[in-house]
Design a protein around this ligand. Sequence first.
Ligand SMILES: [Zn+2]
Length: 323
Amino acid sequence: MGKVKYYYDPETLSYRKIKKQKRTTFKYATVFILASALFGFIFVFIASHYIESPQERELARELENMQLQYELLNKRMDDAITALENVEERDNAIYRLYFEANPIPEEQRRAGFGGINRYKKYEGYDNSQLIAESNKRLDILEKAIVIQSKSLDEIAKLAEDKEKFLESIPAIQPVNNENLTRMASGYGYRTDPFTKVRKFHFGMDFTAPRGTPIYATGDGVVKRADNRSTGYGKHIRIDHGYGYVSLYAHLYKYNVRVNQRVKRGDLIGFVGSTGRSEAPHLHYEIFKDGQRINPINFYYGNLSPEEFDELLKKASLENQSLD
Ligand SMILES: [Zn+2]
């Protein structure tokens, strides 16, 4: 309820009531509102720029914490990378070397991702660098683990092949030592028992009584069991793969058929004197890629070092072969 104000009118010589004009009131109100708004705007502007709200302080702390956690994760990533590097080094320097596989070069193991920028989505923030860098390292780590895993698969395959190879190649004496009368003749120049001339003897002769068991010297497939080769009489040829074939000659009897798969140590036949043979004995040959090689190096499987020494001495004597 406003006060009623008067003014003196000199014309009528009387006091008159002052009538408030609505227009003026409206004008004052507008100015007041505009001024308040401007002041308010300036205040909020200043406050929002220079004074932190509790919520903002909370967010800032959270951000700081996140940054710290990122840094800790990066340290743990360092540890993971070091552990992986250890495995990689052993992989290159031991496993791959042992199985004659080429080492995997460092550039290949540490290759990032080329082409488009995969980390563009992290750009445009204060912590872009930290997040992009962390993601990049993790990507490289992941890739390195995949490469290492593939390398180990390859090693496992090579180990399996090597095991198969070791089981396949001839590696034992075809006649047991206790059944052996003597190791009659080795590989090299020997006197022919029939013509008495010096000629090359391409195998080793093991003297043993007729009927003595003969064993396969490595895993393989029987390719021949017949007497259609000159001189060998009844003989067996086993294909061991990897270019190796073993031959057992002058047999009395067979214990295998052609195309039969045999394991090292399987009984394949019996000592005899068929073909061009002076007395019951086993004539044993090893072929590598079609060439006959000295069998002396293929007995490591069942001879002691002393037995091998003895065999070596006898095999190197230039005596008469039994053929
Ligand atoms: Zn011989």
